[in-house]
Design a protein around this ligand. Structure first.
Ligand SMILES: [Zn+2]
Ligand SMILES: [Zn+2]
Length: 125
């Protein structure tokens, strides 16, 4: 097991058995609202390296044609952002804030920064 994560209440647990291949910080309006923050932080993992338990506790919201966001129905923690188009094929992208394990990103990028807000940008410039 490489990395483990959990939601705030602990009902949802993720086990990542391979590398977190890429990290994205998304500043778009939908991510800001969903995360209640100035930007959202996601880790991308190959599907075969991602296991999730507590799925009875997961609710989902389709925020655009191809995108489904999931969250814990008890504590509201963001769990995943998944794209069903070919862009997201083969990957799961999870909210990095779930991680209980230490992790240092080797590959990271900020996206939709032009849609970003003026507050909460201290680390994003
Ligand atoms: Zn929870
Ligand atoms: Zn976004």
């Amino acid at each position: 097991m490489k990395y483990q994560g959990s939601c705030l209440c602990g009902a949802v647990v993720i086990d990542i058995t391979g590398p977190i291949e890429h990290v994205m910080y998304c500043h778009c309006k939908m991510c800001r609202k969903a995360h209640g923050s100035s930007f959202a932080s996601f880790g991308l993992v190959s599907k075969e390296n991602f296991e999730i338990s507590g799925i009875d506790n997961i609710c989902s919201y389709k925020s655009s044609a191809h995108v489904t966001r999931t969250f814990c129905s008890t504590c509201g923690s963001n769990i995943e952002w998944n794209d069903s188009s070919e862009f997201g094929d083969g990957y799961r992208s999870f909210a990095l804030g779930l991680l209980d394990s230490e992790f240092e990103a080797e590959s990271e990028e900020h996206i939709f920064q032009s849609d970003g807000v003026k507050w909460g940008k201290c680390c994003a410039s």
